[in-house]
Design a binder for this molecule. Structure first.
Ligand code: DAH
Length: 335
């Protein structure tokens, strides 16, 4: 028996030394430790042996099988480590560098400044429930404010979020008060596509909840954001607005940087672009997020990231941003 076992081992060692391909080693694995291997037969034969023989050969056969497996695995490892990737560094080829998308660039600029002000970046689902997209934001079923946003409703009872404001509720539920979050993300509306409307666009939601927050705090944050993105003071105007989730609400417009305020299709000839709506968080929204409006208050804003990119890079047609047209997009470089 000892001799037989020794022979198996020697045979395997000699065969392993003459192969250098993984497939061949795997063949040997089948032959020497597989179901039909000699060592396996010996293992099976143990049950018919006398108690004495079992004691004598049991551990010898078992240990040998382990040894054979180890020899095979070692060889496989050796082959793997020896794989040589040849790389011809004299080959002449053109490198086509990509660039970040304009929306990605402004999103980074806005989140960078907000991070420095202590905001945490969060994100939420693009497929959202009516509750988070509308109800919890103080827009109950059948409320006319739902008509402000032409929504894609899905067959499964969910919808494609029309705004990043859903993150306000998710964040309040998750973190409670006090809170400083910003949430960049993709949003969807059933729009007639033209130079300034797309069915898929990007927003960035911001929310601050604390004690004694005022609209002054909001204005300060907005000014810092715009200075960071445009590297200069841009002309802005504030006018009253309406959003069910803020009270009071306002619209912050910036002078259209495409036409210099003269009027063009992008600004619908008004000379102004709606850029950052916002306001003081409505008490119902705080309650929906589990925060006591008697103790805390706060502000929220929604930056149109797509619009911001258009203003920054003087892109007159929103459609190029979703076009994936490299010739256009490669004009932007993040340096
Ligand atoms: N979600 C709004 C929209 O898409 C934008 C907005 C307005 C966000 C006011 C806010 C806000 O946080 O306070 O039109």
């Amino acid at each position: 028996m000892e001799e037989k076992i020794l022979k198996i081992k020697e045979e395997l060692i000699s065969k392993l030394s003459s192969v250098d391909k993984e497939a061949l080693v795997l063949n040997l694995k089948g032959e020497y430790v597989g179901k039909k291997s000699e060592i396996q037969d010996l293992l099976v034969s143990l049950k018919d042996m006398s108690v004495e023989d079992k004691r004598k050969y049991g551990s010898l056969i078992n240990n040998t099988k382990k040894e054979l497996e180890e020899l095979i695995n070692k060889k496989l490892e050796e082959i793997e480590n020896n794989i040589n990737i040849s790389f011809d560094d004299t080959l002449d080829y053109e490198i086509n560098n990509g660039s970040l998308h304009p929306v990605t660039i402004v999103a980074k600029e806005v989140t960078d400044i907000l991070k420095r002000m202590g905001f945490t970046i969060v994100s939420g689902p693009e497929m959202e429930s009516e509750y988070y997209n509308f109800e919890a934001l103080n827009i109950p079923k059948d409320h006319p404010a739902r008509d402000m946003q032409d929504t894609y409703y899905l067959d499964n009872g969910m919808l494609l979020r029309t705004q990043t404001s859903d993150n306000q509720i998710h964040a309040m539920e998750k973190y409670g008060a006090p809170l400083r979050i910003c949430a960049p993300g993709r949003t969807f509306r059933n729009e007639d596509v033209d130079a300034s409307h797309e069915n898929t666009f990007f927003q960035l939601e911001g929310m601050v909840i604390d004690k004694d927050i005022s609209i002054e705090n909001l204005m300060y944050v907005m000014k810092c954001v715009l200075r960071e993105v445009f590297h200069k003071e841009v002309e802005v105007r504030l006018r009253p607005g309406f959003f069910p989730f803020t009270e009071p609400s306002y619209e912050l417009d910036c002078s259209c940087l495409i036409c210099g305020g003269k009027g063009c299709p992008t600004c619908k000839n008004s000379g102004w672009i709606e850029l950052i709506p916002g306001g003081m968080v409505h008490p119902n929204v705080l309650r929906a997020g589990g925060i006591d409006p008697e103790v805390y208050n706060g502000f929220a804003f929604g930056i149109g990231l797509t619009r911001l990119a258009m203003m920054k890079y003087k892109i007159s047609d929103i459609r190029v941003l979703n076009s994936g047209d490299i010739r256009y997009l490669k004009n932007f470089d993040m340096k």
